[in-house]
Design a protein around this ligand. Structure first.
Ligand code: NDP
Length: 471
């Protein structure tokens, strides 16, 4: 069913802001209520299906997704700006996550549990929650909805989905797969429009039984408070300020490669991007020289340019915010080693292009070392040793991801045991993830059960204990 509203909003290509990529419904409160009602009326039938039947539907969606991989990747690049190989990589991750979660969804087992009363049989059932809402960001406009919606539906819930206003067409391409695969109407409903209006209703309506959100810590914390009014379950994937720690016994070439990729891929707009490098002074010069050289080799360009290694940042708000942080870094007295400028020469004058930027001599309490910039800006923080590196790495409000680069097993284990994050790495970039493992943060980076892995579906399930007297 189409939106009742006639109001629309524009989306623009971040590589060329004069190019309007589409007009989308600015959904109203009435549209949102309608979507919730549609999900509610589809719930009991969807819940009653065997998980194997639900899996059959979702496997059809998956087959269509694989067939439309390149078409969807183009839309991601058009709306988000990331280079085409990264858009294709996003879809490949989504495919892998979807396969895993469909299989998890047919293995939602209860237990039989012995009780003290003779003639009573007891067991547990795992049931869906009801209607759930999914609010997704623009940085992974395809993979994040897949990561949340597939386990929600496999568990037997129905869903109302709101994509970010910067990437509505990607959201539409995703939702259309379900229509085309013949998934029953009302199982997945999408609304577009303002986060503060339609998004807010998806958080406060008492018919919503769980909210899965990815985005800024500020909005996420607001959602957490509002959800508490109706004791609505939340799964919040929020900001990060992920550190890569380089110790004196590290393989420097390996570390440089991993940091350059995780700091600047998708213009530093992964929630798992490396935004701080905490480097032991003994190897700081060697590491820094090599990293600056690798960074200068990154070709910035339109996401459709085959030579480009980094596209624009996603929209004018992002652009202004990142440039504001670059100015803050200069004022705070950090040393600008490379980048720091807007790229405006032809053909870039109409886009949101920023040079990959590295600051060195950053002090741990500077704003650029503490706050999420969410752009191609890296802060290098020199330290004396592992102990100081761990203290600096943990000395922030966030706790999403981290990495240590070392060839010393004791150092690696010390770091693993003391790093305050949801997931960590040894000799691998901060962004590495696989669908089989939980994905989520601690501290102000995340609330609720992590996505992906076994917890991905667990979030969308409630337990019922059954006692049955048979004798
Ligand atoms: P937001 O947190 O504002 O938006 C994320 C999603 O939430 C969007 O779908 C948005 O809708 C929606 N939303 C906004 N306000 C509300 C609300 N009051 N209630 C319910 N939903 C709402 O992130 P931004 O896009 O504004 O990005 C700002 C910053 O957030 C970035 O610079 C970055 O620091 C961080 N961020 C982190 C991400 C991560 O993966 N950890 C992802 C994206 C952003 P709409 O688009 O319509 O506003």
């Amino acid at each position: 069913m189409d939106a009742g509203t006639r109001d629309t909003f524009e989306q623009r290509n971040p590589s060329r802001l004069s190019e309007v990529t589409g007009l989308f419904p600015l959904s109203s409160k009435e549209d949102t209520v309608f979507a919730i009602e549609a999900a509610q009326s589809a719930f009991l039938k969807w819940k009653a299906l065997s998980p194997f039947t639900r899996a059959k539907y979702l496997k059809k969606v998956l087959a269509l997704m694989i067939g439309r991989r390149e078409e969807i990747a183009k839309i991601i690049t058009l709306e988000n700006g990331k280079i085409v190989p990264d858009s294709l990589g996003e879809i490949d991750s989504a495919i892998a996550e979807m396969e895993f979660q469909i299989n998890e969804g047919i293995r939602v087992f209860g237990e039989t549990i012995p009780v003290t009363i003779d003639g009573v049989f007891a067991y547990t059932i795992k049931e869906p929650l009801g209607v759930v809402s999914v609010i997704s960001p623009w940085n992974f406009p395809f993979n994040v909805p897949v990561r949340k919606i597939i386990p929600a539906l496999m568990a037997g819930n129905t869903c109302v989905f709101k994509p970010a206003s910067l990437t509505p067409q990607t959201g539409y391409m995703f939702t259309k797969l379900f229509d085309d695969a013949g998934v029953p109407p009302g199982v997945l409903n999408m609304i577009t429009g303002s986060g503060s209006i339609v998004g807010n209703l998806l958080v406060t309506d008492p018919r919503i039984k769980a909210i899965s959100f990815t985005g800024s810590t500020e909005v996420g914390m607001g959602i957490h408070k509002k959800a508490a009014v109706h004791a609505t379950r939340t799964q919040l994937e929020l900001g990060g300020k992920n550190a890569a720690v380089i110790l004196e016994d590290a393989d420097i070439e390996l570390a440089v490669k991993a940091v350059a990729r995780a700091a600047f891929a998708c213009s530093g707009q992964w929630c798992t991007s490396t935004s701080r490098v905490i480097v032991v002074k003994k190897v700081a010069k060697e590491f820094t020289d090599k990293l600056v050289k690798a960074t200068k080799e990154i070709i910035v360009g339109d996401g459709f340019d085959q030579n480009a290694g980094m596209g624009p940042v996603c929209g004018t708000d992002q652009f202004e915010n990142i440039m504001r942080y670059i100015e803050i870094g200069k004022k705070e007295g950090a040393t600008l080693l490379t980048g720091g400028n807007i790229i405006k020469n032809n053909p870039f004058e109409e886009g949101c292009f920023i040079e990959p930027t590295i600051f060195s001599n950053v002090k741990p309490d500077m704003k650029i070392a503490q706050e999420e910039i969410f752009g191609p800006v890296l802060s290098l923080i020199p330290v004396e040793n592992l102990e100081e590196a761990i203290a600096v790495s943990n000395g922030i409000i966030y706790g999403l991801s981290s990495s240590v680069f070392t060839n010393n097993l004791k150092h690696a284990m010390t770091f693993i045991n003391q790093t305050e994050v949801g997931f960590t790495h040894v000799n691998l970039m901060t962004s590495l993830k696989e669908p089989q493992l939980p994905f989520g943060g601690i501290k102000e980076s995340g609330v609720g059960l992590p996505e992906a892995g076994k917890t991905g579906i667990e979030f969308f399930i409630k337990y019922k204990s059954v006692y049955m007297k048979y004798n």
